[in-house]
Design a protein around this ligand. Sequence first.
Ligand SMILES: [Ca+2]
Ligand SMILES: [Ca+2]
Length: 558
Amino acid sequence: MKSNPLLGLLLCGAAMLAAATARSANASATDTTPVPAVITPSPLPAHWQHGAFMEIFVRAWRDSNGDGIGDLRGLTLSLDYLQELGIRGIWLMPITKNADGDHGYATTDFRDVAPEYGTLADFDELIAQAHRRGIGVVMDYVINHAAATHPMFQSAIGGPGQPFHDWFVWSDTAPPGWEIWGQYPWYHTASKPWLYRGALKQLPAPPPDARGFYFGTFGPHMPDFNFANPAVVAYHHDSLRFWLNRGLDGYRLDAVPHLLETDAVEWNDQPQSRVLTKQLQDLIKGYPQRYVVCEATAKPQDYGDPAVCGGAFAFGQVHHYVQAALGQPESVQKVATFYLQASPTMATFVSNHDIFAGRRLWDQVGGDVKRYKLAAAGYLLQPGTPFVYYGEEVGQAGVGTLPGDLPLRAPLSWTPDARTGGFTQGTPFRAVAPNVATHNVQMQRQDPGSILHFYKAMIGLRNTLPSIARGSYEAAFAQGLVAGWQRRLDGEHTVTLINYGKMPATVTVHALPARAHLHSAWPQRAAARRADRQGRLRITLPPQQLRVLVVRGATMAR
Ligand SMILES: [Ca+2]
Ligand SMILES: [Ca+2]
């Protein structure tokens, strides 16, 4: 075949461009340049972090360019929707470059945006536009491990003396006695796990005389960093500052109890991991108005403590919000009493992106809208920071035909379109929710009785009554299937009562100011009430209804 000189030139140019792009990608992924803090004032209102957050899987939120994959520009274009809902914060699931091409927890570059999500410029624009609407943005930082394809690990497997070798955890021989969640966590590099995406259980066995095992808490595709190496700690501190300097409002820190392991027995939640976590919190909060929440599944309340992470998801407690709505009296009790002892820095939710935390709320309550609303009210009206999982606000169902976590991670249902759900002009990367025809943003916006309007109302109470967002938590009680509590802040005093039962229930609220007037904040048109001279209010609640009352102060005794 005769060569075409012009084509040759074009190919040569393309190859040079590709090489330059690859170089810059590699340079970024292995760039360990220190990042000094650049501290500027936060544009967010005080206490923004006690407003409701939306957990957003960018891949599934909104596609702006028709490639079927959600992206940062799609999110920026829909910030008005979040503002209208009253959302004060966004948690972005990982947006950094990654090896998995889906959830993003296998990082290949800690300082760049996944190309399918956009660019650093798109990130900057998202932050600017969110701030303009009083919305803060925090993002996942996956600190414990890298992807096995991360250039740092690919260098490290070259052996001792290679760049980044001592950034990971190695053993000459296979250490005995280890088991993490039913798996042996040491892997031999000869098994090349990066070649076995999706079939990790079929890794070849290492040769009998193999030497050179690495450690991976979450599997062979995600090797743990060596946090005993100060260079590793410094690198992550610099990477955290990289995003904070751009205006990021904080982090959701992934799997922090797994930072450092002691031995085959003492591998989970070691004291050194807590020390490292506190350092991360201090670094982040060295910037004004920043927020940190940790994923610590075993002992979340310990990590919620200001002496450790200063915020943590309330795993273990959170399913009681749903079980109460399903009519379980023990869970009604747990809803009422949790915040009598838990730190008001805990983060609550009713479902997230992980199936171990539960199915989508729609599926947990079997599509019962009354129960759905009660589950939502429980956590949206309590202390801490509530996290709505994207799509939850419209009653989006899980895609039951998909395996593992995937049923939870479908495109957001924007419209009733059966093929795209209005999420993309192209072909969505994953099937849309099975109830897209009825439970989508467009239709729920038009229906005043919808789940969306209910979420907006509950979040609105949190935004307009400061005691609900961050007041004291007192006089809590559970009686049968009714839970009640009172909140106070700066002279504001509110009472929340939820009847989870299918029968009317009459309860007596105690500890109110004598003869206090109580007007109804929810339902808005319900009659005002008055406490007796002992500060008691006897009140009958309709089935599966809640009331939020605001104390208007005691009248003078006669
Ligand atoms: Ca896209
Ligand atoms: Ca670790």
